[in-house]
Design a protein around this ligand. Sequence first.
Ligand SMILES: NC(=O)C1=CN([C@@H]2O[C@H](COP(=O)(O)OP(=O)(O)OC[C@H]3O[C@@H](n4cnc5c(N)ncnc54)[C@H](OP(=O)(O)O)[C@@H]3O)[C@@H](O)[C@H]2O)C=CC1
Ligand SMILES: CC(=O)N[C@@H](CCC(=O)OP(=O)(O)O)C(=O)O
Length: 345
Amino acid sequence: MIRAAIIGATGYTGAELMRILLLHPEATLEVATSQSSCTERVTDHYPALHGLCDLRFEENIPESIARRIDVVFLALPHGEAMEAAIAYHQLGVRVIDLSADFRIDDAGAYRNIYGKDHLAPQLLRQKVYGLSEINRTAIAASSLVANPGCYPTCTLLSVAPLAQKGLLCNPVIVDAKSGVSGAGKKPGPRTHFVEINEGFSPYGVGTHRHQPEITQEMDKLGTLQSDVIFTPHLLPLSRGMLTTTYLGLQPGTTVEQVVTAYEQFCQHEPFVYFLGLDRFPSVRDVRGSNNCFIGIHIDIAHQRAIVIAAIDNLMKGASGQAVQNMNIMFGLPEDCGLKGMLQVL
Ligand SMILES: NC(=O)C1=CN([C@@H]2O[C@H](COP(=O)(O)OP(=O)(O)OC[C@H]3O[C@@H](n4cnc5c(N)ncnc54)[C@H](OP(=O)(O)O)[C@@H]3O)[C@@H](O)[C@H]2O)C=CC1
Ligand SMILES: CC(=O)N[C@@H](CCC(=O)OP(=O)(O)O)C(=O)O
């Protein structure tokens, strides 16, 4: 059995991690930490877990927790996760960080994007970017996985089949929508019920911190130096994410080449499904699951395509992918404890 801890377990991704790990056949949840609710029962915060969890939230003390676990999930805000990652990594625990603290390869770029000096530039170079479908070999050998952001996950899975085959052309324009849980548990002026209910608006236009993350990882998918334009929007939904990506195709690309690229990419993937030409996903189709559904429209006369992908931001966009990465790191089937997780309606 893999013994796991969740740091920051009161938050939304922490709660999803508890839900998955408590039902996982090869893992046990040993520790759930909280700063604000230390010693309180997990079920007092998340009554849905009654019958599954007897734990109380503990204080995050790496020196004592590390002895009781094999892997730690950091579900802390970015900027806060760094220190915990360094401590657990030094203590020999495998680390899966859900925050953005280890996603950016370069410490200078991290400072520019997140406005904070990175405390462990050497670990930045050592980490593996945890997009499971692309980096599974490196993830298997890694002791520090930087779990991708939800928007980058959805976008990169949308373009990877074409980028890997060298069929992609710039610019890549991403029109993205997220449910409000993407902003975390603490409500703010942007996520207040009155603002969001029946509201729909863009944010971070031209400035969102996921644009450089997407560009960094898209550059590694093929030979193209990518030019990404990314605009996120907030949907009046609790969870779910849909990205519509407009992209160019290399001159001479055929419909068959594009379709084959997606079919081949998805063929052996446990969680990424190609719906086919002109069949498009809804966020409802992936709710509660670790799946990513992809549909495409091709305008071959203009050598362009529109790729639409849906994920659950809390699952494939965060906690589901984090457990997929744990499975890879510990040599388990990738879908272990994840496959049956879905809601039909
Ligand atoms: N929500 C999503 O869809 C996604 C989130 N992520 C990333 O995962 C991480 C966790 O996200 P999420 O669960 O949504 O966040 P939440 O805000 O819901 O939860 C974060 C938890 O961290 C704890 N915490 C510790 N220190 C601080 C601090 N200084 N300020 C605020 N909270 C603190 C809090 O628990 P306590 O006070 O009890 O200790 C809190 O419950 C973030 O880095 C986020 O960017 C990544 C992909 C998708
Ligand atoms: C709706 C919403 O606010 N979403 C968050 C992204 C959440 C996420 O995927 O990722 P990080 O781990 O990079 O925070 C945002 O736009 O900042």
